[in-house]
Design a protein around this ligand. Structure first.
Ligand SMILES: C[S@@+](CC[C@H](N)C(=O)[O-])C[C@H]1O[C@@H](n2cnc3c(N)ncnc32)[C@H](O)[C@@H]1O
Length: 131
């Protein structure tokens, strides 16, 4: 969600995943992301706050993007999308400015089952894994 130019895919071994769908509001970001497009990797322009999820996923990733959803809509967005996680699946959220977005961390801790909640190694960037 909010995949941007999808640079995270540079670090992915395509034999380790079945499929990826990347969504972003920006047509320019999706144009750039499409350099990773393949039979398994698809991108589309769309708004995460109104996105109709077509199927279930093992992982729904918000890498530096959840805070773009309006504050009043974040919890509802996650509660809607949690129905699109496969059994055993998880959200992954990263926040480079955890102090600024302490309200997001607090909401996630209050509403979801956390499996990881920690800073990245040698970084203030925060990682949350939850379902
Ligand atoms: C800081 S960038 C992060 C990009 C990428 N996930 C990364 O980690 O490099 C945030 C992205 O969220 C996208 N975005 C903002 N609001 C959005 C929305 N409502 N729906 C989908 N994407 C959105 C922006 O266009 C931008 O590409």
């Amino acid at each position: 969600m909010g995949c941007g130019s999808a640079s995270i895919l540079q670090g992915f071994d395509s034999t380790t995943f079945g499929s990826v769908l990347g969504l972003d509001l920006s047509t320019e970001a999706i144009r750039l992301a499409n350099r990773f497009a393949s039979d398994k990797v698809v991108f589309q322009v769309g708004d995460m706050t109104s996105f109709k999820c077509p199927r279930t996923y093992d992982v729904i990733l918000f890498s530096e993007s959840l805070y773009y959803a309006p504050a009043m809509e974040r919890e509802a967005l996650l509660r809607r999308l949690v129905r699109h996680l496969k059994p055993g699946g998880a959200f992954v959220v990263t926040l480079a400015q955890p102090k600024r977005y302490a309200d997001i961390i607090e909401m996630i801790r209050r509403c979801f089952q956390i499996s990881e909640d920690r800073p990245f190694c040698r970084s203030v960037r925060h990682l949350l894994v939850f379902s």
